[in-house]
Design a protein around this ligand. Sequence first.
Ligand SMILES: NC(=O)c1ccc[n+]([C@@H]2O[C@H](COP(=O)([O-])OP(=O)(O)OC[C@H]3O[C@@H](n4cnc5c(N)ncnc54)[C@H](O)[C@@H]3O)[C@@H](O)[C@H]2O)c1
Length: 153
Amino acid sequence: MEDVRQSDAPAPTTPAPRRSRSGPVVQPRLVELGEGSRRPLRFSLEGKTAIVTGAGLGIGRSIAWILAEHCAKVMVLDLDGGPAEEAAAGIRASGGAAHAFVCDVTDEAQVRRTFDAIAADHGGIQLLVNNAGVTHVEPWNRRRPKRSTGSIA
Ligand SMILES: NC(=O)c1ccc[n+]([C@@H]2O[C@H](COP(=O)([O-])OP(=O)(O)OC[C@H]3O[C@@H](n4cnc5c(N)ncnc54)[C@H](O)[C@@H]3O)[C@@H](O)[C@H]2O)c1
């Protein structure tokens, strides 16, 4: 029996094809997207439209990059149009698909308008990352009923 520890065979440069229980078999491939990042894809989001809220900066921007890296069409939503456009432009410049939208998640009418427009233009929405969080701080015993559906931390 061959001792694999002493094998002179060169390390494989591309991962072997994998099986997937939940969907079509995805051929892992390497992509170049982002500053020098070169990672094997573990799944494909090709054909999926993803919305990430608060994606102009921080965690949301990173999530948007990772979704784009896995071939999703990413909708970068943010309160602030500058960072949103910058994030989307960065993804596009690296070969990904992204569009920027100004959208304040605390404004229900704006959220509805934005989501409806995206769904109409891109044939639906398959993924939502509700990253933008809104913090409201007040004493628990003064919490008004209309806020009682919000998150509690
Ligand atoms: N960074 C942490 O350690 C941490 C820890 C726990 C929870 N969180 C939560 O995760 C989320 C992202 O954190 P982060 O560190 O990336 O924050 P960040 O401040 O770096 O980025 C947040 C982004 O969301 C946008 N944003 C803020 N309010 C918005 C609104 N109403 N509608 C749309 N966009 C809005 C901002 O413009 C900004 O681009 C936040 O909700 C934060 O509270 C962060």
